[in-house]
Design a protein around this ligand. Structure first.
Ligand SMILES: [Zn+2]
Length: 368
């Protein structure tokens, strides 16, 4: 449908609903959504002209015109579609296994909702599997909360979602250690003792640190010292060998594991000293759990570049992945760290404070 015709239809509808007076503002928004290729400066004169015409019609004429159009409104943008976009590879018989993999340092919030809802919906659409995986391997900075499982299951349940499988990364520490050892044996990882400042300046200059080319036998021995807590927090990290001349410095030899002395973890009683980065843990688990499709926020778009090194060394394929823009909701705080700080300082009454964007808070506000 052309834009003049759409403008006329919506002006009539708007006028019918607003005592014979169509609103310019309402029409601009509608037409911009329907014709996103058009600039507001192109839309504006069409809207002004149409509103003038429609607002000069009598109430009876507007009602008649409206009835003619009833049922003929295209309420969805042209670029949009009903339901989920089909996945080419799944149409050809590929198994769809998706996962929602939050760090449970707070309960689910609106920013998570798109990822878990779409992941679940795609799994259902193709009779696949939807996994809930808690990536709770940061006992220091983004510490997991207590009862994460019950909270997340309750929030997902509110959306009618029940995961097919549930995992906690913290139950799988020995698995990560095995893959760390394998990576060292492949000569693709090393124990780096550089202080952070020194490390940063070397990588900025695209230079290898003195630890990078030490033999794998010695690396394995150093890694075991990390595990046994002979090496202490802050003294060393395990790094993967990537390309030191990658244009993005954060991709250069990213860290795979670090040491946390006396970690306090709500679930794990055994004192593990070496903790994987979620970059490493997530890639290992996606492979082992057979994940084939990842839906995640744009802020994670660089994960793939990092994780592909790991996949290449181990000979794993990378799952299909799509990224969507960071979500924001006006007047609603969606950052778990900020919410947590606000609760600790007493600014918010709890995870269901109606000013924050957790699913609990939204449920409390009475949305359905
Ligand atoms: Zn080093």
């Amino acid at each position: 449908m052309n834009i003049e015709e759409d403008a006329y239809r919506y002006a009539v509808k708007n006028a019918f609903e607003h005592k014979g007076q169509a609103q310019i503002g309402a029409l601009i928004g509608k037409l911009k959504a329907l014709h996103s290729d058009k600039d507001v400066s192109e839309i504006m004169p069409i809207v002004t002209e149409t509103v003038k015409k429609v607002n000069s019609m009598s109430a009876a004429e507007i009602e008649e015109a409206f009835k003619d159009f009833e049922g003929g409104y295209e309420l969805k943008p042209k670029q949009g579609r009903e339901g989920l976009a089909p996945l080419d590879w799944a149409e050809k018989g590929g198994k769809v296994v998706t996962r929602f993999a939050p760090n449970p340092n707070g309960p689910a919030h609106l920013g998570h909702a798109r990822a878990f809802y779409l992941s679940y919906a795609y799994a259902k659409m193709y009779n696949g599997k939807f996994i809930l995986r808690f990536e709770d391997t940061d006992p220091k900075v983004k510490k997991p909360i207590e009862n994460a499982e019950a909270l997340f299951l309750s929030d997902l349940g509110w959306f009618g979602i029940k995961p097919d499988e549930i995992y906690f990364a913290s139950d799988r520490m020995e698995i990560y250690y095995e893959y760390m050892r394998k990576l060292i044996e492949l000569d693709k990882a090393y124990v780096c003792f550089c202080e952070s400042e020194k490390w940063r300046s070397l990588t900025q200059e695209k230079k290898a640190c003195p630890h990078r080319n030490i033999s794998k036998e010695k690396q394995l021995a150093e890694f075991e010292k990390m595990i046994s807590n002979e090496t202490k927090e802050g003294e060393a990290v395990l790094r993967i060998k990537t390309d030191l001349d990658n244009p993005d410095p954060s991709i250069r030899d990213w860290w795979v594991a670090r040491i946390v002395d006396s970690p306090k973890h709500p679930r794990i009683k055994k004192e593990y000293h070496v903790w994987p980065s979620y970059m490493f843990q997530s890639a290992v688990d996606d492979y082992l759990m057979g994940v084939t499709f990842i839906l995640r926020g744009q802020e994670h778009s660089q994960n793939q570049t990092k994780q592909e090194y790991l996949c290449k060394y181990f000979g794993w394929g990378y799952p299909h992945a799509v990224h969507f823009g960071r979500m924001s909701a006006e007047g609603m705080i969606l950052s778990t760290s900020k919410i947590r700080a606000g609760i600790e300082s007493g600014e918010y009454s709890g995870w269901d404070d109606i000013r924050i964007g957790t699913i609990q808070a939204i449920r409390r506000r009475g949305f359905d």
